[in-house]
Design a protein around this ligand. Structure first.
Ligand SMILES: C[S@@+](CC[C@H](N)C(=O)[O-])C[C@H]1O[C@@H](n2cnc3c(N)ncnc32)[C@H](O)[C@@H]1O
Length: 288
């Protein structure tokens, strides 16, 4: 399934960083950051109640679009929570990630859940998709791995090569407009942090004393990279009324009140204008 190592680059990326060294260094920063948190990523950092709520939305969206038995790819699988859940629901999953630490966690999870025969696990960054062979019914990516892609058009071109006509992409992507985040940091006088999502291009975001190079998107900015080969089926806000996951302590103090906000997300998150905001957005595209 995997061919020898190569990195895909669009012409834009070649113009920005002709020999690729800057992007390579940034990818390694991001890899180190996620390796450093992989051992405890299922704790509050990677899977609290607010994350789980968004996770279920992606699970059910994929399940509504693709029949069980479909062969799907997880881009940026983290510790494999989604990959194993989809295997449990009857899908064949190829789980990929750029962090060797995360990949080790996914392998272990697949083994201990006794679903290893339904989950293939490959250490593979989204910038290396040219190494992958095969035809897939769909791909999903949860909680922002594609925000770490430094050359999204090149990733989109590989998705187009790998997903069969009629197949789907279901991605949850970190959005640009998160009212909760702006209010939270402005109240604390952290104005630069409040505006981090306004940055153009890849911006350094700290995690665990490391750097994740992150690009933020409006849904339409994100879709632009995929528009040549994929039709836009749908998109919606995730955690617009609910606070972002790092504010889970607020939720824990008054869960009933925040569950009401969660129900607003469910009811209104796909409305025009509202769907362009939120901590993340969930976007569904279909291969032409
Ligand atoms: C916020 S975590 C989400 C993990 C997982 N999808 C989940 O739902 O828990 C982001 C993941 O993206 C991975 N990642 C970062 N850059 C990547 C890249 N260039 N290619 C593939 N995966 C990447 C990280 O290693 C990390 O596992």
């Amino acid at each position: 399934m995997l061919e020898s190592s190569t990195q895909d680059l669009s012409t834009d990326a070649l113009a920005r960083d002709p020999d690729g060294t800057r992007d390579q260094a940034r990818l390694l920063d991001t890899q180190r950051a996620f390796d450093s948190v992989a051992p405890d990523y299922d704790g509050p950092r990677g899977n609290n109640e607010l994350i789980q709520r968004m996770r279920v939305t992606l699970w059910n969206t994929v399940q509504n679009l693709l029949p069980t038995g479909s062969h799907i790819v997880d881009l940026g699988c983290g510790t494999g929570l989604d990959a194993v859940e989809f295997a449990r629901r009857g899908y064949r999953v190829l789980a990929t990630d750029w962090s060797p630490g995360m990949i080790a966690r996914t392998r272990e999870r697949a083994r201990t859940s006794e679903l290893a025969d339904k989950v293939d696990v490959e250490h593979l960054g989204v910038q290396e998709l040219a190494r992958l062979e095969g035809s897939f019914d769909g791909m999903y990516s949860n909680f922002g791995p594609l925000n770490c892609a430094l050359d999204l058009p090149a990733v989109a071109a590989q998705c187009a090569r790998l997903v069969r006509p009629g197949g789907v992409l279901v991605f949850s992507v970190i959005g640009r407009i998160c009212p909760w985040e702006v209010a939270h940091y402005v109240r604390r006088g952290r104005f630069r942090r409040a505006m981090v999502r306004a940055a153009r291009g890849a911006t350094p975001v700290g995690m665990n004393k490391h750097t994740i190079w992150t690009r933020y998107y409006l849904p339409r900015e994100f879709y632009r990279a995929f528009a040549g080969a994929f039709a836009l089926d749908d998109y919606r806000a995730l955690s617009l009324f609910m606070p972002p996951p790092y504010l889970v302590d607020r939720y824990r103090r008054r869960p009933e009140r925040y569950e009401r906000l969660g129900r607003l997300d469910d009811a209104l998150g796909a409305w025009p204008l509202l769907r362009d905001m939120g901590d993340h957005f969930l976007i569904v595209m279909r291969r032409r």
